[in-house]
Design a protein around this ligand. Structure first.
Ligand SMILES: CC(=O)N[C@@H]([C@@H](O)[C@H](O)[C@H](O)CO)[C@@H](O)CC(=O)C(=O)O
Length: 303
C-alpha cells in the first residue's frame, strides 16, 4: 500500500544540543543511530519534541539536514515545517524537499487567533511550495486551534494531503478523521498515553514524544495490537502510562527528564532550552527509578 511507509511507530525526534546548548551534529547522529538500531518505522523531525519553537530558521534547517544525511533510505522521514510565518514555513518545506524527506507536516498558525480561512490558506501555501505530500498536525492543547472534520475534508480535496497527526486527547477524534478519510489517508495517534486505544479507533500508527525513551515498548504494543492480543496490549499500555506519569512528575520538564533517561541508556543528546526547565539534583535519583521501570517492562513484555 502506498501509505504503508507511514504506518507503525514514528518517534518525534528530540533537539540534540552540545554542552553549550547549540545544535550538535554528532549528538543528532547518535540519536539517529540509536533509533535505527531500535528498528522504529520512521522519525518526525522538528516538531514539539524537537523544540522547534525555540530554534531559529538556520538551526531548524541544520537539524533537517543532519537527520536526512544520516537516515535517508533507512526509514520514513517526516519534516515538521510549521513556523510563526508562512514565509519561514515555506523556506523549511523547500529545504526538506531538497533533502528528500518523505512528507511534510505543520501545526496551524500560532499566537494570533486566526479564522479557518487563514489556517486553510497557510497550510495550502506550504503544500503548494513543494511536490511533497503533507500531513496536517492537530494539537489544540498547544496551538489553541482545533481542526474540524469539515476543514479536514476540505483539505483532503488536495491529493497531496495524506493524513493527520492527531494529538488531541479524545480518541473519538481519530475515529472521526478516519471516517472522513478512509483508507486513503493515514491517521497518526498523538497522545502516547492512549496509543493502543488510538489504534483500536482507527489510527494507522503513531507519532509520539515519549517513543524514543522506550521504543521497545511502543513497538511491542504495536505488535500486540497487530496480533489481536488486546489483553497484552492493554497491560503494556498501562505500564507505559506509569512511565509517562513518572517522566512528567519531576522538577525538570518531560523532555529534560527523557534526555537524562536516554543518557543513562547510552545516548547523550544534551539538555533542553529555556524556558523549558532542566532537571534538578533531586530528579537524578528518581530518574534512576524511571530507567528501572523501563528496563523491567522491556524484560517483561519484549522477549
Ligand atoms: C501535547 C504533546 O506534546 N503531545 C505529544 C505526545 O507524544 C506527548 O508528548 C505524550 O503523549 C506525553 O504526554 C505529541 O503528540 C507531539 C509530538 O510528539 C511532537 O510533535 O513532537
Amino acid at each position: 500500500m502506498r501509505l504503508e511507509k507511514f504506518h507503525g511507530i514514528i518517534p518525534a525526534f528530540y533537539a540534540c544540543y552540545d554542552d553549550q546548548g547549540d545544535i550538535s551534529e554528532a549528538r543528532t547522529n547518535a540519536l539517529c543511530d540509536y533509533l535505527h538500531e531500535k528498528k522504529v518505522n520512521g522519525v518526525y523531525v522538528g516538531g514539539s519534541s524537537g523544540e522547534c519553537i525555540y530554534q531559529n530558521l538556520d538551526e531548524r534547517k541544520a537539524v533537517l539536514s543532519y537527520v536526512a544525511n544520516r537516515l535517508k533510505g533507512k526509514m520514513t522521514l517526516i519534516a515538521h515545517v510549521g513556523a510563526p510565518s508562512t514565509r519561514d514555513s515555506i523556506t523549511l518545506a523547500k529545504h526538506a524537499a531538497e533533502l528528500g524527506y518523505d512528507a511534510l507536516s505543520a501545526i496551524p498558525p500560532i499566537y494570533f487567533k486566526l479564522p479557518d480561512s487563514s489556517v486553510y490558506k497557510y497550510w495550502n501555501e506550504i503544500i503548494e511550495a513543494t511536490p511533497l505530500e503533507f500531513i496536517i498536525y492537530n494539537i489544540p492543547q498547544t496551538t489553541g486551534y482545533t481542526l474540524t472534520t469539515a476543514l479536514f475534508e476540505k483539505l483532503l480535496a488536495n491529493p497531496k494531503v495524506i493524513g493527520v497527526k492527531n494529538s488531541s486527547m479524545p480518541t473519538m477524534d481519530i475515529e472521526r478523521f478516519k471516517r472522513v478519510g478512509g483508507d486513503n489517508v493515514v491517521v497518526f495517534n498523538g497522545p502516547d498515553e492512549q496509543y493502543v486505544a488510538g489504534r483500536i479507533m482507527g489510527a494507522d500508527g503513531g507519532i509520539g514524544g515519549t517513543y524514543a525513551a522506550m521504543p521497545e515498548l511502543f513497538l511491542q504494543a504495536n505488535e500486540f495490537f497487530l496480533q489481536g492480543k488486546f489483553e497484552e496490549a492493554k497491560r503494556i499500555q498501562s505500564c507505559i502510562n506509569d512511565i509517562i506519569i513518572a517522566l512528567c512528575s519531576q522538577n525538570g520538564s518531560m523532555y529534560a527528564v527523557i534526555k537524562e533517561v536516554l543518557n543513562r541508556r547510552g545516548v547523550n543528546i544534551g539538555g533542553v532550552r529555556g524556558p523549558l526547565e532542566g532537571i534538578s539534583t533531586e530528579d537524578l535519583g528518581r530518574i534512576d527509578s524511571i530507567v528501572t521501570m523501563i528496563d523491567e517492562a522491556v524484560q517483561e513484555f519484549c522477549k
